[in-house]
Design a protein around this ligand. Structure first.
Ligand code: NAD
Ligand code: LMR
Length: 345
């Protein structure tokens, strides 16, 4: 009962709009990087979720312990913890990526190094590009039909990396590969609700572009009832764009956002599972897109059981938003190209 209470508190999200039409079905979620700062609380939320029937935790360290620990929570989902080598929990001698991914409906990837103060997300590229490439090669082999939700930074490059890896393997489905930008929506909702003095659950800010600095563009002009001076609008926009830096600075060398990201990653994952079982879900995601001249773009997306059903039109931007949009596009396109080139050159 406690578990149900906790999860229903989590599940009330302003960043999604869903209409329940069918009942729950079996769903396997694999978390890659499950022993990390994001991976552990994300796995906890998945273990609590009524949407998840099987949870597979994979990392290069620690997952037998994470899985043994989570297995004592009395929810209906089964759980496994695997390492690359044949060590697993429960002990069965066949650990590894293959058993983690086989049968997965949704794969969530928070594997990779986080930022330290003074770094950009792009500074993580050299380490994280290879990690994402290897893990997505595993997806191509063991769960080619799964939806893949990428958290590992730099998202603007790791999503194109995933797409190119899958293309090379002949397994790419653009409707099933997403960059998770939900934390940007969470931040925008929190900041604007504080500004307006309303409950954050009553706002749902559209955030478009990408997931790094000025490529993050919150469309506050669309928030009903929100009023800003020019100075306030600039402040809340820049705070949303650099919310990640605020956490990195406060953690002072101990990493970046983990708890808020686990929440955001869980909301995104749960919405995918709801879509798989027939609900109409709209949430922002960084996907292959022809809304702009960048080949990938974050925007509100309608999800169905086969992933992206429709990328919703961008609509009119205010003059202020248009200024940021023009500034962002060269940077976004460069970061996307860097990911594509990494796999192909
Ligand atoms: P962390 O260092 O605490 O955890 C990362 C985990 O990945 C570790 O447990 C590590 O062992 C594991 N790992 C490394 N290589 C692996 C491999 N080859 N296979 C499987 N697992 C592997 O870092 P964190 O704070 O959890 O952040 C993880 C990533 O998420 C970072 O790149 C960070 O920048 C990113 N992030 C993204 C968002 C977003 O909004 N998309 C938000 C916060 C953090
Ligand atoms: C965030 O937005 O918090 C993440 O992308 C982590 C970071 O490096 O800022």
């Amino acid at each position: 009962r406690l578990a149900t209470k906790a999860i229903s508190a989590v599940a009330r999200t302003p960043s999604s709009r869903g209409f329940s039409t069918t009942s729950a079905v079996d769903a396997k979620v694999a978390v890659l990087g499950a022993a990390g700062g994001i991976g552990q609380p994300l796995s906890l939320l998945c273990k609590l979720s009524p949407e998840v029937t099987e949870l597979s935790c994979y990392d290069i360290v620690g997952t037998p312990g994470v899985a043994a620990d989570l297995s004592h929570i009395p929810t209906k989902s089964s759980i496994t913890g695997s390492l690359p080598s044949p060590v697993s929990w429960p002990p069965r001698g066949n650990g590894g990526l293959a058993e983690t991914l086989t049968g997965a409906d949704v794969v969530v990837i928070p594997a990779g190094v986080p930022r330290k103060p003074g770094m950009t997300r792009d500074d993580l590229f050299n380490t994280n590009a290879g990690i994402v490439k290897t893990l997505v090669e595993g997806c191509a082999e063991y769960c080619p039909d799964a939806m893949i939700a990428i958290i590992s930074n730099p998202v603007n490059s790791t999503v194109p990396i995933a797409a190119e890896v899958l293309k090379k393997a002949g397994k790419y489905n653009p409707n099933k590969v997403f960059g998770v930008t939900t934390l940007d929506v969470c931040r925008a909702n929190t900041f604007v609700a504080n500004h307006m003095g309303v409950d954050p659950k009553d706002v749902d800010v559209t955030v478009v572009g990408g997931h790094a600095g000025i490529t993050i563009l919150p469309l506050f002009s669309r928030v009903n009832g929100a009023k800003f001076t020019d100075e306030e609008l600039e402040k809340i926009t820049v705070r949303t764009q650099f919310g990640g830096d605020e956490v990195v600075a406060a953690k002072a060398g101990a990493g970046s956002a983990t708890l808020s990201m686990a929440y955001a990653g869980y909301i995104f994952t749960e919405n995918l599972l709801k879509a798989i079982r027939g609900e109409d879900i709209v949430q922002c995601a960084f996907v292959e897109s022809n809304l702009t001249d960048a080949p990938y773009f974050a925007s509100p997306v309608k999800f169905g059981k086969d992933g992206v059903k429709e990328i919703l039109p961008l609509g009119e931007l205010s003059a202020y938003e248009k200024k940021w949009f023009d500034k962002m596009m060269p940077e976004l396109k460069n970061q996307i190209k860097k990911g594509v080139d990494f796999v192909n050159n």
